[in-house]
Ligand binder design. Structure first.
Ligand code: NAP
Length: 456
């Protein structure tokens, strides 16, 4: 994939970048390794000052950064601004709390005194996606830089300006060179990079295919990996749910970021007593969305990330309809310039159809009607993915019971799936392994070193 900015609103290439050559790569890894030697002993309170500065600069530059997100991947400008705010809060959270998260942990030990000391490991490689180009990077970078590791990031090839702006933020906040490094690299060169002994661990957020490839290379080189992969999250609506709330949440949960979120509510599983009313009201909401320039705050349906992505989801929808599903709304590329796909509703989707099994990474709501809570749980779990999910009910005990029976890493009650700095984020099954955010992520790439003093 060439490293370039293509504006999905016009499908025009705006700017191209050269991948770094092998010598440049070697220089950057050498600089990162050198930076690690002093960063690991830099007092945590000092590291925190730098990260607070990164957060501050992000907020100061919010407009400029948000515009580049919107230019490169088509996110609506208000949502791009919200991403910058969220990402700044992730840096501020780890800057404020990592000292506490990483303090020694005492262990009960008769015959001695023992504790765990968290020590950094070295250079962490991050391979990142375009859909939240700042926030995804922040989630890996903030806890690790606070913990004394250093990071090198291979960002998605279609967001090179975001990638450079993140490095600039670290530079301008005064961090020593090499603590954060942007690598303009093709994904085909990641396998070789994982062999480098100076790279001690790696994390990838993206598709199953890319994740499996990274994990294979990490395993071959006996290095730890964290994978944040795709999802097909269930959005369960029980018969006592509040319809207004459900509608409000699904519009953000499924159509925010034009459906291009890992935890987007991709499968709506609704009790049959509410299904007709819900389908009608959702169609009405979609009818009133206004397609247009994502830089214009009045636009409510922007382009998808690329023409290729729009054509891919068109193919998934058409194959599903041809196999017998019912198209209630949308289902076509919009008749205009840019990577626009109509917000879509599908019903009567059955096992064996593409939309039942594949991740639909775009603005497509699939509505499944069920007769009972048990049927809802069974359908929710009939997926190879296990990232997030939602349950809607006015009876919280009942919703908790359903949540506990869903095979995913996260379940949200009476809200769409979301991420917050203090809540752990991660999946199970083919959605990956390991945790981002929360105190857990502060320790994910640390050496949990046992130190024991024997009683004498
Ligand atoms: P993708 O194609 O897998 O790309 C993600 C990153 O992996 C990019 O930097 C890409 O580089 C790189 N990559 C691709 N193939 C690779 C390989 N063989 N080895 C190493 N790196 C490789 O994913 P995408 O389509 O851009 O992103 C959407 C996917 O990400 C969806 O499935 C979504 O659900 C998932 N996602 C998950 C989370 C989560 O937290 N669980 C969050 C966001 C997105 P190039 O751009 O150069 O190809």
């Amino acid at each position: 994939m060439s490293i370039q900015t293509t504006n999905p609103y016009t499908n025009k290439v705006v700017k191209s970048f050269h991948p770094i050559n092998e010598d440049e790569l070697e220089q950057k890894i050498t600089a990162a390794h050198k930076a690690y030697q002093s960063w690991k002993t830099t007092p945590i309170a000092e590291r925190a000052k730098y990260l607070h500065k990164v957060a501050e600069l992000m907020l100061e530059r919010k407009q400029e950064l948000a515009q580049i997100i919107t230019l490169e991947m088509g996110k609506l400008i208000k949502q791009s601004e919200a991403e910058i705010e969220m990402c700044a809060s992730v840096y501020a959270y780890y800057a404020a709390n990592s000292e506490e998260f990483l303090k020694d942990k005492e262990i009960d030990d008769d015959g001695g005194k023992a504790f765990i000391r968290y020590t950094p490991k070295g250079i962490i490689l991050g391979v990142e996606p375009w859909n939240y180009p700042f926030n995804q990077v922040g989630r890996l970078t903030a806890p690790n830089i606070m913990a004394g590791n250093v990071v090198v990031i291979k960002h998605a090839s279609n967001v090179p300006q975001c990638a450079q702006m993140i490095e600039d933020l670290f530079h301008d906040a005064g961090l020593p060179k090499g603590v954060y490094t942007n690598l303009y690299l093709e994904s085909s060169r990641i396998a070789k990079l994982t062999e480098d002994p100076r790279i001690v661990a790696m994390s990838l957020t993206g598709s199953e295919k890319a994740g499996a490839s990274l994990a294979e290379n990490a395993g071959r080189n006996l290095k730890k990996s964290v994978l944040e992969l795709g999802g097909s999250d269930p959005f369960i609506v029980l018969e006592d749910a509040d319809m207004d709330l459900v509608l409000k949440e699904i519009m953000i949960g499924r159509f925010g970021n034009m459906g291009q979120a890992c935890t987007s509510s991709k499968r709506i599983i609704i009790h049959e007593s509410l299904a007709d009313e819900f389908t009608e009201k959702l169609s009405d909401e979609l009818f009133h969305l206004k397609a247009g320039d994502p830089m214009d705050p009045a636009t409510s349906a922007g382009p998808m990330v690329s023409q290729e992505a729009a054509e891919h989801i068109l193919e998934q929808v058409m194959d599903t309809v041809n196999a017998g599903a019912k198209l209630i709304a949308g289902g076509k590329l919009m008749n205009r310039e840019g990577a626009f796909f109509e917000p879509t509703i599908l019903t009567e989707v059955k096992s064996g159809m593409r939309a039942y099994h594949e991740e639909l990474f775009g603005p497509v709501a699939v509505i499944y009607r069920v007769k009972s809570q048990d049927e809802a749980i069974q359908l929710a779990n009939d997926s190879t993915f296990g990232l997030g999910g939602s349950v809607f009910s006015e009876d919280i005990e009942r919703a908790i019971d359903v949540a506990s029976k869903i095979d995913t890493g996260m379940v949200f009650i009476n809200e769409h799936a979301a991420s917050k700095p203090d809540l752990p984020f991660g999946g199970t099954k083919r959605s990956g392994y390991g945790t981002e955010l929360s105190p857990s992520a502060a320790r994910e790439f640390m050496n949990e070193k046992l130190i024991r003093i024997k009683n004498r």
